[in-house]
Design a protein around this ligand. Structure first.
Ligand code: CTP
Ligand code: MG
Length: 185
């Protein structure tokens, strides 16, 4: 029961982050916002390799950011209900709303960009899998930023990392079968 409770609360905490990350990927299949469908690095190289690569677009960044902030703003509003308060790990009423929404939008995307930067430096092609980094990049940056505004227990962070190891491949496999992603990782 304790474990289930921890899983539920951690999932609720990470919901904006998971959805931000998923929608950044989903947006690559959309035909709208096509003016934003440009690589963030504008095709520029850093040394021999691309700075970030074609897999990191402004559209993914903007869509992911918006989804992360929208979901956390909904969570902030829901905090007035006791049932939502019971599963909240953040005191949404006490944290600075502006910071929290910025962190929930930018946090996951920053880690994803930083990971791509290092993948290119290590000569990994766009889309080439880098186990654990691909799964954990976005929650790492989110947790680091979140720690600035809210106290986090270590068991929550560990639960978050373990849950993400399950959820990330699951969502990728679903996206692969829905033909949203070209590869299943
Ligand atoms: N995507 C995007 N913009 C982002 C993040 C993701 O457009 N900021 C889209 C791209 O079409 C990308 C796909 O989602 O190819 C999958 O995302 P991800 O796995 O993060 O990128 P990869 O293609 O694997 O690139 P990398 O090797 O740099 O991780
Ligand atoms: Mg990838």
């Amino acid at each position: 029961m304790e474990i289930l409770n921890l899983v539920l609360k951690t999932l609720y905490l990470l919901l904006p982050v998971y959805l931000a990350n998923m929608f950044a990927v989903l947006s690559s299949r959309w035909s709208f916002l096509s003016s934003l469908n440009k690589p963030i690095d504008s095709g520029k190289n850093f040394g021999q390799r691309r700075l970030l690569g074609d897999g990191k677009t402004w559209r993914g960044l903007v869509v992911g950011f918006m989804i992360g902030t929208i979901i956390v703003i909904i969570q902030i509003c829901l905090y007035s209900f006791e049932s939502f308060r019971n599963i909240s790990l953040i005191n949404y009423a006490a944290v600075n709303w502006l910071w929290l929404s910025l962190i929930s939008g930018l946090g996951p995307l920053l880690g994803d960009l930083i990971a791509s930067f290092f993948k290119r430096r290590l000569n990994f092609e766009r889309g080439a899998p880098l186990p654990f980094v691909d799964q954990w990049d976005f929650i790492t940056s989110y947790f680091l930023l979140l720690a600035l505004v809210s106290n986090l227990d270590w068991n929550i962070v560990i639960a978050g990392y373990l849950l993400t190891l399950i959820i990330h491949p699951l969502s990728n496999i679903i996206a692969y079968f829905l033909k949203i992603k070209k590869v299943w990782w």
